[in-house]
Design a protein around this ligand. Structure first.
Ligand code: PRX
Length: 633
């Protein structure tokens, strides 16, 4: 495998020591990290067992910590737990009833605060409302909502009664939503009338209507009407707030087995069909709790802001469950990062005295482009920890973040993980030295390796495949209805967990993630399969075949380019290009729309008929096309 360029290596070799104020006060010091890490690897059962007992509330304590039955595992068997109880009831019993759980704000600077006590009551009422519609433990509920406190209530209410939530990002098109509702066989869809983006209302309920219209069965719909909306609801449709206010505020949390399913979250793989990643109750609760606490070094009076949408795993783990389980106060912000002006985020940080910011490199690069004059006008001194997630952060963006947002007085914590991993896997803790552009050192209990296709370790600073040696508490348990797809994660390479990313490891053990090794794209931190985009493209009546690749993009990380073979009767003009893009938007959603479309006569394929995307990519980037022995033409 190839050696990465010297230029990148040089920049990411520099070591940044965290400021003293962080080193001196962090929950876990550098020395303790090393000590605890060693213990977590040599005796994971004792390590996780101790933390599980100390940090979480159990209705009944577990009998065993880990049962490995490769490629399956069970964590905390015999235990009875409820994550909603750990996120709400536990804090109320510990005197945090009046602590603010969320501060919601939007593009109009509207503000809504909700305390732990109020959230507890709303969730309990809504959970009873769900029960009144016949929803019970194990039923699936699809949530497709605006980024609001109501969405958090919907998620937690499902967890409270043991219903399995499947949150679908609000930006997906009706067809994509329908696929996800159908695959999970959800009985109920919870939605909002609209969401806000760049001063406009984007109607969500109508997307749900369209998705549900083409379903082969009936579902109930709960609609959160917003700001005086008075949408007339038809049969099988229920008003979110009326359902909530009309239900009792007493709702016992369901005693869940540790391994009872908590949620399904669909993510993109290498085929056109998304995979429903399944997470279960106890291990996920523990891991998101403990990573939130230590990676963000959460202190009691911190104001924490994760900018991710609840529709993605980052929103699940680090906007909902992790911070709530720690009793934190979080911001939840709806709308675009740079609307109504490029200083929006910085004014939010100043206004709410945010201490921890967790965002994606694509946002950092967007703000870099706007220039330092915007953050410079705001007082950002409250910040202490700057997190990043979702895609590789280039050293330039890391340093810009550190210098201009963190004023060289914060720890920048890059966190590598996935929908499948549930929580942070590689994340250099705040008190430990960082290297710009490198995700860095593994979290407790995680033993990453960089290997070749046969599973042999590659030398330092050499590109290889990122794998993880053993299981961890919040590892995916299966792919919903597709166990063979699950097995592939553990069987692709030598019994390791196969992440699908390319990476290097340096002489100090710091890992640098270089991007995906498979046909999965990462556009603005959003994961999307080339095959998904290709499937959407060929639904256009003039498109015969399509091949899709990702190209490096200054802000988005990757942009989408499609090579399209047209049917004979097609006429190429500007309208056709727009029409094809429109088709993809309708089919998949705006995140899948190609930036570029090139028409070609035929596609490069292998003799067995597989599209050779790597040939297109190499040509596009002016690189060597590599071995062409299997190419058909
Ligand atoms: O390629 C890696 C990239 O995002 C992929 C996982 O995407 P998803 O399941 O949507 O979860 C994103 C949020 C956790 C990974 O396979 N990725 C995630 N975090 C990083 C990253 N790449 C580099 N550095 C990161 N910190």
């Amino acid at each position: 495998m190839s050696v990465i360029s010297n230029e990148v290596l040089l920049k990411s070799h520099e070591t940044y020591h965290s400021p003293d104020r962080i080193i001196n006060n962090a929950k876990i010091s550098s020395e303790n990290y090393l000590k605890l890490y060693k213990k977590s690897i040599s005796d994971p059962e004792e390590f996780w067992g101790d933390i599980a007992e100390k940090e979480l509330f159990w209705f009944k304590k577990f009998d065993s910590v880990l049962e490995w039955n490769y490629p399956n595992y069970k964590w905390f068997e015999g235990g009875k737990i409820n994550i909603c109880y750990n996120c709400l009831d536990r804090h109320i019993k510990n005197g945090k009833r009046n602590k603010v759980a969320y501060i919601y704000t939007n593009e109009n600077s509207q503000e809504i605060k909700i305390t732990y006590g109020e959230l507890f009551e709303s969730v309990s009422r809504f959970a009873n409302g769900l029960k009144s519609l016949g929803i019970k433990k194990g039923d699936r509920v699809t949530i497709n909502m605006a980024q609001t406190i109501e969405q958090v209530i919907a998620v937690l209410a499902c967890a409270r009664i043991g219903a399995i939530h499947s949150v679908v990002f609000g930006g997906f098109a009706p067809h994509a939503l329908k696929l996800r509702i159908e695959d999970a066989q959800s009985k109920l869809v919870i939605t909002s009338t609209w969401t806000q983006r760049r001063g406009k209302k984007i109607m969500i309920k109508s997307i749900v209507d369209e998705a549900v219209d083409s379903l082969g069965y009936n579902v109930d719909i709960i609609v959160a009407q917003r700001d005086g909306d008075n949408l007339e609801l038809i049969e099988n449709e229920y008003d979110f707030h009326k359902l909530m206010s009309g239900s009792s505020p007493e709702c016992e949390a369901e005693w869940m087995d540790s391994e009872d399913p908590l949620f399904i979250l669909y993510t993109s793989g290498t085929t056109g069909k998304p995979k429903g990643i399944l997470h279960t109750s106890a291990g996920y609760n523990l891991f998101t709790h403990f990573t939130s606490k230590t990676v963000f070094d959460l202190q009691d009076d911190d104001i924490y802001w994760c900018t991710a949408d609840i529709g993605w795993i980052t929103g699940h783990s680090y906007l909902v469950y992790g911070p709530l389980s720690n009793g934190a106060t979080s911001l939840i912000v709806e709308g675009a990062p740079d609307y109504p002006n490029p200083a929006r985020w910085w004014s939010i940080i100043e206004k709410y005295r945010v201490n921890i910011l967790y965002t994606a490199p694509t946002a950092i690069r967007l703000f870099m482009k706007y220039g330092i004059e915007y953050p410079a006008k705001h007082d950002l001194k409250s910040l202490r920890i700057l997190g990043t997630v979702g895609e590789p952060i280039n050293p330039e963006a890391w340093i810009w973040y550190y210098e201009n947002i963190g004023n060289k007085n914060c720890a920048v914590v890059d966190t590598w993980w996935q929908t499948e991993t549930g929580g942070h896997m590689i994340a250099t803790l705040p008190a430990v030295s960082q290297k710009p552009g490198k995700a860095g050192l593994p979290f407790f209990g995680i033993e990453p390796k960089i290997v070749d296709k046969e599973g042999n370790d590659v030398p330092v600073n050499t590109v290889g495949l990122l794998v993880v040696k053993s299981t961890w508490p919040s590892a995916l348990r299966t792919c919903w209805g597709e166990p063979e797809r699950y097995n592939k994660y553990w069987k692709e390479i030598n019994g390791y967990y196969f992440a699908g990313d390319l990476a290097t490891i340096d002489e100090d053990g710091y890992i640098m993630i270089l991007g995906r090794s498979d046909d999965v794209l990462n556009v603005s931190g959003h994961r999307i399969g080339t095959a998904e985009v290709e499937s959407a493209l060929i639904t256009h009546h003039y498109v015969a075949e399509a091949a899709v690749i990702g190209k490096p993009h200054e802000i988005k990380g990757e942009s989408i380019k499609a090579f399209v073979v047209l049917k004979d009767n097609a006429v190429i003009d500007k309208h056709l290009v727009n029409d094809i893009k429109f088709r993809v938007r309708r089919e998949l959603g705006s995140i899948g729309v190609p930036d570029e479309i090139e028409f070609v006569d035929k596609l490069h394929k292998t003799r067995s008929g597989k599209i050779m995307r790597r040939v297109y990519k190499a040509k596009e980037l002016g690189m060597d096309v590599g071995d062409l022995s299997t190419i058909e033409d």
